[in-house]
Ligand binder design. Structure first.
Ligand code: GLC
Length: 477
């Protein structure tokens, strides 16, 4: 079938988006845990950086030299930035030292504050999509944080007295604001340092994070206690935030013990709604001990796992699939990603896996999983529509903007990927109609693949993965 016909066909499939959105309003309770933080976003130019270096008399050798991917000194912060800038890549480094945090605050500042952290971003999206009660865990919720929650009465957290309250109206005055600097730069810009010119190949961002609470997966006990109450009824629990943990934490405790403790705690939340769906958003977990423990231990209790291309490769690396990881790394395409997902499916036994990659979303699930294939496809189409609204308009803070991209056709990139995936599935399992329907099943599993809408010049990309995973899951009804 020609691409023009396929695009018409997918436009027809995508027409269910408004109905799916309405169905999200039937969900009673949803918990989003653990990480919400303040994202301080600033766009800097090469010239700005040159100025900061000279005005603060920073040591150039330290900035251009080698070192660990963490921030102990002012120079480290600029070193991290420079590495991202000259390669056009995205990285997140942690700030260990409060003095550096204060220095960045004073010298770099920010253009705008926005909701950060997977937990916070998911909570805002779920609330604006109409889920009846969204409960969001906050390691800290002072005014600076609370004001970033949408002003909606279905978006709840706990106040300083441990009572459930509208998240945006809480002001826990003694809490510490947890700030992540999202320092963005433009492609084509140049930094001149000590006679060398560094030119940036691609717009991207460097994240410098000061977040002593989420680093150790700090849990607000009051929140946890509230979540065990009968009336919470969490039909969905969406987890994230484990990615900041390290094998050994500063206070001498172990990161894996924090994971195990949270696993026990979540069991108590599930009691009021035993049929609920537990989803883990893997996120970029640098520490391999933590990553392996998440896959080996936490995943055993989850129903659904979400990741992007990079995060899938990271998982392969810790489950004994290094060769496949290398192959995926060399060529990130739907076929390699599918082969990788099959390995993760086999290794973890997790009933539902969902990948979001550029142009295509792909779900593999156990046959007869409680969400049907068609429900999944409808959820994924809604997610692609909402994600395109976020990319195209810059924010999805009001209900009326959610379906902004309705009527946009799916991308060529997506159809290319799906064409190749179909060929692979045909060679492995026989004839199928994946390209036309996005659906395939055999005795063991169901595959759902959806080509997405792509926006030419996205206004923002931060939090895109979190949005896609949560809407795909909760919109699949
Ligand atoms: C990372 C960053 C956080 C950002 C999020 C978006 O967790 O630390 O600041 O909001 O990614 O997904």
């Amino acid at each position: 079938m020609a691409y023009s016909d396929l695009k018409e066909l997918w436009l027809e499939h995508y027409k269910t988006a408004p109905t799916q959105l309405k169905k999200m309003g039937e969900v009673n309770g949803l918990i989003s845990a653990f990480n919400a933080n303040v994202d301080a976003v600033i766009k800097v130019s090469g010239k700005d950086i040159e100025k900061i270096i000279s005005e603060n008399k920073l040591d150039l050798a330290q900035i251009t030299g080698e070192g660990e991917s963490s921030i102990q000194t002012n120079e480290d912060a600029i070193r991290g930035f420079l590495q991202c800038f000259k390669d056009g890549k995205a990285e997140e480094w942690l700030i260990d030292n409060k003095t550096v945090f204060n220095w960045l605050n004073k010298t770099v500042g920010y253009d705008k504050l926005q909701m950060g952290g997977q937990g916070g971003i998911v909570a805002n999206v779920m609330a604006v999509c109409g889920v009846n009660s969204v409960y969001v865990h906050c390691a800290s919720n002072p005014k600076e944080q609370a004001q970033l929650f949408l002003d909606l009465d279905n978006l709840l957290s706990v106040d300083e007295n441990g009572k459930v309250a509208q998240a945006s109206k809480v002001d826990r005055k003694d809490d510490l604001p947890l700030i992540h600097w999202i320092i963005e730069f433009d492609g084509g810009d140049t930094i001149n340092l000590g006679g060398t010119a560094y030119t940036c190949p691609k717009a991207n961002r460097f994240i410098a994070t000061y977040d002593p609470l989420n680093f150790k997966l700090h849990v607000d006990e009051q929140f946890s206690k509230c979540m065990t109450k009968d009336d919470v009824n969490p039909e969905y629990i969406i987890l994230s935030g484990y990615q900041m943990l390290h094998e050994n934490l500063k206070d001498g405790s172990k990161g894996v013990d924090r994971i195990d403790a949270s696993k026990e705690m979540i069991k108590t939340w599930r009691k009021s709604c035993p049929e609920n769906l537990l989803h883990l958003e893997v996120a970029s977990t640098q520490d391999k001990v933590i990553r392996k423990h998440l896959i080996d231990s936490l995943v055993e209790s989850v129903d659904s796992l979400g990741f992007n291309e990079r995060e899938l490769i990271d998982i392969l690396e810790v489950i004994g699939e290094e060769d496949l990881a290398t192959k995926c790394e060399a060529d990130i395409n739907a076929e390699n990603m599918f082969l990788g997902m099959l390995k993760v499916f086999e290794y973890t036994g997790c009933p539902r896996l969902q990948l979001h990659m550029f142009g295509l979303y792909l779900t593999i699930q156990k046959k007869n999983f409680k969400i049907t294939s068609l429900q999944n496809r409808n959820g994924m189409q809604l997610a692609a529509t909402v994600a395109a609204a976020k990319a195209g308009t810059g924010s999805i803070n009001t209900k009326d903007v959610l379906l902004w991209a309705q009527g946009h056709k799916v991308s060529n990139v997506g159809l290319d990927e799906l064409t190749n995936l179909q060929k692979l599935v045909t060679s492995m399992y026989g004839e199928n109609k994946l390209l036309e329907t996005g659906l395939f099943e055999n005795d063991l599993m169901e595959i759902i693949a959806v080509p997405t809408i792509l926006i030419e010049k996205p206004v923002t990309l931060v939090g895109m993965g979190d949005t896609i995973s949560s809407v795909s899951l909760v919109g699949a009804r």
